[in-house]
Design a protein around this ligand. Sequence first.
Ligand code: NAD
Length: 485
Amino acid sequence: MKKLQVEMLQNYIGGRWVRSSGSMKEPVYNPASEEILAYVPHSSTEDVDAAVHAASDAFRVWSRVPVPRRARILFKFQQLLVDHWDELARIITLENGKSYTEAYGEVQRGIECVEFAAGAPTLLMGKQLPDIATNVESGMYRYPIGVVGGITPFNFPMMVPCWMFPLAIACGNVFVLKPSERASLLANRLAELLTEAGLPDGVFSIVHGAQDVVNRMLDHPDIAAISFVGSKPVAEYVHRTGSANGKRVQALAGAKNHSIVMDDCDLDGAVKQIINAAFGSAGERCMACAVVLAVGGIGDRLVEKLKEAADALTIGNGLDKDVFLGPLIRQSHKERTLRYIDTGVREGAHLVRDGRRDAAAQGPGYFLGPTLFDHVNSGMKIWQDEIFAPVLSVVRVGTLDEAIVLANQSEFANGACLFTNNGGHVRQFREQIDAGMLGINLGVPAPMAFFPFSGWKKSFYGDLHANGTDGLEFYTRKKIVTSTW
Ligand code: NAD
């Protein structure tokens, strides 16, 4: 693997690696070993301003580069990502903790976004109507919007930035990324590969840091749009502040995804899917299954099988062979999760499997084993809040109607799944559930890059989602030309 910058991460501004002028920094840990991989600077307002200035200069040229030429650079970038697949996956596991298999899959998701964006010549075509009146024609042309700021979370250091910058730059925009300060290494490698692919200086920049960088991006007058992915309170704040400052904002937020299990389903298949959805990536996925709604008489058998499958999971360093469950991202996140487990017990939920005992067996690293609660109800904090960890709650309900009513009480509405063999149940679920991304007999219904990533309610703030034609609309503005000769 290529040697990483293990001391202080640098910003990437105007095609050059530069030290931040900020005076604060924090460590980026390997969550599996607690070893420090690098320090990430808390960049200053001046650093953000320098990146936006370089980006604005680049925009004047890049926005006029013919679309097929822009696409060609993305094709080259795609090939470089394929060539460096293993290296990228290892960096993800190193800084995020998820298993190598999960990280490998994440790289694939990133590559798919680049492939979608490389279709820019087709995506950016306008529309014409030759006769809107006698001898009068109208046409619609798409244009970029300018400097786009991207603010991303720790849980998908590759996939989430790739939801944003490939399509943004394919559309002729320039992009300033602020990666998560808890998983900041991968972004720098992406910048190196973009440069190798021939992307001109200033089209893609990185400013590392935390809250202050976000705040400067939100009020910088030369940033036209903000793409944000992260937790609900921050998404709500970013959307409100960015919108008040006249920017386009799309802010993808937290989740509490429900899976409904009917007694007519393939139970073993459902258990396999739910285990992966609840405990894969240590539950640190916005599409994680957090609640299972066991319908009718299936509860006892389901809980027994879930426990058995959870007992069989291998916990450890994600780079080790056959490890399924890696650590949580930070000690503070682990402690927050432990408090939720205490709360669940205090609230009267039945702790069927206690992941705390696996944690003790692991040594260094922020490990927590799969944790399973049964007899949870909607009055409990463990049902209401996003825990974002390997903690799964089972709620017993009598009917599909009840299950849907309960799931719809959640303030979040990112994803929802149904396990059944009954077409009527599928139709009822599809029509009545409040969620933007639905799975039938599968556990993680994350849409591919050519569909929008489509959370509802408090899982999304804005109008146009990431990816697909929503992404295209978000990163372009239009001119309608009406003419007669
Ligand atoms: P987070 O909200 O803590 O951080 C996200 C970004 O916001 C980071 O870059 C961080 O530096 C910045 N930030 C944090 N606090 C801030 C503040 N007070 N002011 C301004 N900026 C701030 O999120 P996280 O813990 O990195 O990621 C996990 C969250 O992201 C979960 O809630 C998860 O559901 C959500 N997520 C959602 C999706 C989706 O598609 N809806 C996808 C991935 C992750």
